[in-house]
Structure formats: C-alpha cells, structure tokens
Write a protein that binds this ligand. Structure first.
Ligand SMILES: [Zn+2]
Length: 247
C-alpha cells in the first residue's frame, strides 16, 4: 500500500461517512439467498507474479481504482491458492462493478442503494458506490479499499464453501476474519507491503463500520460492534484462516 504520505488527510471519520458505513455490505439480499445462481465458469486468475505495491501518495480516483484492481488481484490469487491446497477448483468472483446512482445496479431484482458495497450471490458480483468508496478511501486511507474488497470477496467465498449462518452477525464477523486472513497472509507472503499507518487505517475503518453498541446482535443486518469487528479482523490477520472457523 506504498508510502502514501496523506495520513494527515485521515482524522476523525465524519458522521456522515460513519452513518453510511453502517450499511456496509450485504444489502440487496445477496446473502439472504445463498442458494442463488452459482457462478458460471469464469476466467482463470491472473499470472502468479507477485504484485508490487505501488508507491502512492495521492488520493485521486485513479489511485483508488488501481487499489481496487490490486486488491482484486491479490484476493483472487490468495483464494485460488487456498482452494488449490484443498484440491478444489476456484472460480473468481465474476465481476466488480462500480456504480454512481441508486438503482443503477440490481441484485436479484433489488436495486442497490447509494452509499453501499455488496456482494451479490445472484450473479456472483461485487458492486460498490464509487463516490462513497472514494470518500471512505480519502478519509480512512488506502488500506480501507483492501479491507472493503476483502470483506466482500469473503462473502463470495462463503457462498462457494456453502457457509450460511443463522445470524447475519456470524456471517459478517467471519467475513471480517477472512478479510484479515487474506491481508495478513498476503503480507507474510510478501505479495503485499503495508506502509506505516496502514494497520491504523484498518482499525479506523473497522471502528467506522461497527454497529451501534445498543443494536441487538441477533438483529437482521447486524454486523458486530467496532470491537467485535476489529477483533475478528485481527484474529484472521494474525492467525490466518485457522482463526475463521471455515470448518
Ligand atoms: Zn458483509
């Protein structure tokens, strides 16, 4: 994630962004219907040369897009390797789609709202509001993009593995753990280099996406408190997938 010197651009996450981030992921009923259409055979993952982390330093949309592409590449290679290790064929998530307007993209017939990012199991794609994601990227930092993509990608992996918990929060905290594992393992494998401050950016991003402390854990749509999400992410980050109860 390079040597971005824009850390002074971080600071407290604005209330607006925090509110938006609460709805992070999983709108559109993608995971509510995991029996949705299975991914069709797709292209194979990219070539296996390590991804060289760019020295960034701007907060431009171009840099954001490059970070999304890098995060996708790293996630595809990571999960392809995990599946291969267990003798399974891996199909990458079919596409990653930015959108700008409410309803521009639908998941299973449900129009996706602004200010969100989702994995849609019907159609096997990730979609994100580009203006909202760029705002988060500018406020929290580039590490947020790698976390966000990793979390949504993990939902696609859960579908591939047939994991379907009774409570949203279990599905969400596991996705956070898996996002942590893909990042931690990629750093250990030197496929990804973290800059100073990136770990703080993960913490700040996770703090921003935590549920209200008084939200019931069993509520539909609960993702976990900031503490729970941070704990899950770093459990995966430090101990890899062993920590994520993939079964
Ligand atoms: Zn999620």
């Amino acid at each position: 994630m390079g040597t971005r010197s824009g850390r002074d651009a971080r600071g407290p996450v604005a209330a607006l962004l925090t509110a938006a981030l609460l709805s992070l992921a999983c709108a559109g009923g993608g995971l509510a219907e995991p029996e949705g259409e299975r991914p069709a055979p797709a292209r194979s993952p990219g070539s296996p040369e390590p991804t060289t982390t760019r020295a960034d330093g701007t907060t431009s949309v171009a840099e954001f897009k490059q970070d999304v592409a890098d995060a996708q590449t790293i996630a595809e290679r990571y999960w392809a390797a995990q599946f291969k290790e267990s003798g399974q064929r891996f199909q990458p998530i079919r596409r990653i789609t930015p959108y700008q307007r409410a309803g521009e993209v639908s998941c299973g017939g449900e129009p996706l709202p602004r200010n969100n990012a989702v994995y849609c199991s019907r159609g096997d794609f990730i979609a994100y509001d580009v203006a909202w994601s760029v705002a988060a990227f500018r406020q929290v930092g580039d590490a947020f993009v790698f976390y966000l993509l990793g979390h949504e990608y993990a939902h696609g992996i859960q579908v591939r593995l047939g994991i379907n918990y009774s409570f949203t929060i279990q599905q969400e905290l596991q996705a956070d753990c898996m996002a942590g594992a893909y990042l931690g393992d990629s750093v250990r494998a030197k496929a990804l280099t973290l800059a100073d401050g990136d770990l703080d950016e993960f913490r700040e991003g996770l703090a921003a996406v935590g549920d209200d402390p008084d939200q019931p854990w069993f509520a539909e749509g609960s993702h976990g408190t900031a503490q729970q999400r941070t704990d899950s992410f770093f459990r995966g980050y430090e101990r890899s997938l062993e920590a994520c109860d993939l079964g």
